[in-house]
Design a protein around this ligand. Structure first.
Ligand SMILES: [Fe+2]
Length: 508
């Protein structure tokens, strides 16, 4: 006898207590939607919704999806079917179109009699008008370094409109190779990831994290990869963590990108489309960059011949042309660049170890200078780099300086741009150094003789920042957590900074 899900629940309810029924329901759902739901790349009229069916090996089939303005789905606004198959690791993506700007929506997937968790998402507003737009900026959640507590706290903030993830969503290492053993978290698969199946399994492992899964269900994401979605210090034709006995780099890169596109709730269908922009009226333009897969040449030391050469690139001619053209012609009050690696850099005093700069923009001086020249020549104004990768929190003024890594201009002068670095969610920073070492390093960083362009540097905390954007200003609020080693933690608000739209001056 065929029995509808509604009838099953009703008749089952007569036989078992409600608590047991709820537990059975959750288990029933979890068997099919182990990796939750997600949404991303919202525009004013559309948004991507995502899920994966975990029912094991079965031939291709269809899933149903529904979208509603109401969390109980009493009135279904949009619905449809989507094919799933082994070709895309049973992931499903739908670009739901014909939506209203600035609206909250609920969505879910249905597979046979099972229903997924309900996801919440939001389209972009047509313009800010008098309102604030709040974007949380995150990066670097390494599974083996601990629990993604910050994601849980972020999911609990109803005022946040979307999450911008700047990369290192996964790390490619084998179990025990990079992380904190005290966390007790072990990578799946155990080996370093090389093949398509390896990368898929690694994404599946991360997406079983309850806090990450919950955040995806609560907020739409914009995402861009950094190196570890491929391999450490990746560039176009290789990576520091790709050895000659590990097979073809091209095949590995292809596998990594395919798994990324399958698992992330983004619209891009290939690597080129991952570089993209989002706009809110004349208020915000956000450019998401690819500084890894397309045109980055191999890292080099500044003592090596050719270091300054124009044949070396981090984003390449075509991406530079696109960005320059966009920035020159943008009428937006705020031009935000979703950027993987640090643009401005900082200096250290004698006796302190200089961080490894050659993977940053500083390692590609030709293109870095080209961007600075263009920002100056075209009087672009109100450009802000939002940066991940570094695992530490920094606020820096971006100026043109005469000499490599020698800073002379103060953050009190109107800069060509600002740069805001988000700390890691969990990945290692100076957190495991002694307190006295941390204090000494941070004091040195803030020395105006060494880093006059530096407003703020914190090298030991983990969390994220929220950018509250309106027509008049951008406010940056850093939030940190006090524990990564269990899923019990407190979050606290740390420093805040405000950039004025008219003067481009930062107040602290
Ligand atoms: Fe990282």
């Amino acid at each position: 006898m065929k029995i509808s899900r509604r009838k099953f629940v009703l008749s089952a309810a007569l036989l078992v207590p409600m608590s047991r029924l709820m537990a059975a329901h959750v288990e029933f759902r979890a068997n099919y939607f182990l990796h939750g739901v997600a949404s991303g790349d919202p525009l004013q009229d559309r948004v991507i919704i995502w899920t994966r069916v975990s029912a094991g090996n079965y031939p291709g089939t269809t899933l149903r999806w529904e979208l509603s303005e109401d969390p109980r789905f009493l009135n279904i606004l949009k619905k449809g079917r989507v094919e799933i198959s082994a070709h895309t690791d049973y992931t499903a993506k739908v670009d739901v179109k014909g939506l209203k700007a600035g609206c909250k929506y609920y969505y879910r997937f249905l597979y046979q009699a099972a229903i997924s968790a309900v996801g919440e998402t939001k389209t972009l507003p047509a313009a800010l008008n008098g309102a604030d737009f709040r974007m949380a900026v995150v990066s670097c959640n390494n599974w083996e370094d601990g629990y993604f507590n910050s994601f849980r706290f972020l999911a609990q903030k109803p005022e946040v409109d979307l999450v911008l993830h700047l990369g290192d969503y996964i790390y490619e290492y084998a179990a025990g190779e990079y992380g904190n053993p005290a966390s007790g978290r072990i990578n799946e698969p155990r080996n370093e990831v090389f093949t398509l199946q390896d990368y898929r399994t690694r994404y599946a492992c991360y997406r079983t994290d309850a806090d990450l899964q919950h955040l995806h269900a609560k907020k739409p994401f914009y995402l861009i990869w950094d190196d570890h979605e491929l391999a450490n210090d990746a560039y176009q034709n290789g990576a520091k963590n790709h050895q000659s006995n590990e097979g073809s780099w091209e095949l590995r890169k292809k596998a990594a990108i395919q798994a990324y596109l399958e698992w992330m709730p983004i619209r891009a269908k290939n690597a080129t489309e991952v570089r993209r922009k989002f706009e809110i009226g004349d208020d915000i333009s956000l450019y998401l960059m690819d500084e890894r897969s397309s045109d980055r040449t191999q890292q080099m030391e500044n003592t090596q011949p050719g270091f300054n050469g124009g044949e070396r690139s981090i984003i390449g001619e075509s991406q530079y042309g696109w960005l320059a053209n966009e920035l020159k012609n943008s009428k937006a009050t705020w031009k935000l660049i979703g950027n993987q690696v640090m643009f401005s850099g900082y200096a250290v005093a004698k006796g302190f170890k200089l961080p490894k700069y050659n993977d940053w923009w500083l390692g590609y001086p030709y293109e870095r200078t080209k961007i600075l020249d263009m920002l100056e020549r075209e009087k672009v104004g109100n450009t802000i780099f939002l940066t991940g990768d570094h695992h530490e929190s920094f606020v820096l003024a971006v100026h043109k300086e005469e000499k490599f890594m020698e800073y002379t201009k103060s953050h009190q002068q109107r800069p060509l741009a600002w740069e805001l670095l988000t700390p890691s969610i969990t990945s290692k920073n100076a957190d495991r150094r002694s307190e006295s070492e941390i204090i000494a390093f941070e004091n040195m960083l803030h020395n105006k003789e060494i880093n006059p362009h530096l407003v703020y540097g914190d090298i030991k905390s983990h969390g994220y920042f929220i950018a509250t954007i309106n027509k008049k200003s951008i406010q940056i609020d850093y939030y940190f957590v006090d524990n990564l080693l269990t899923n019990v933690a407190n979050e606290y608000k740390s420093r805040s900074f405000t950039i004025d739209a008219e003067t481009f001056v930062m107040s602290v």
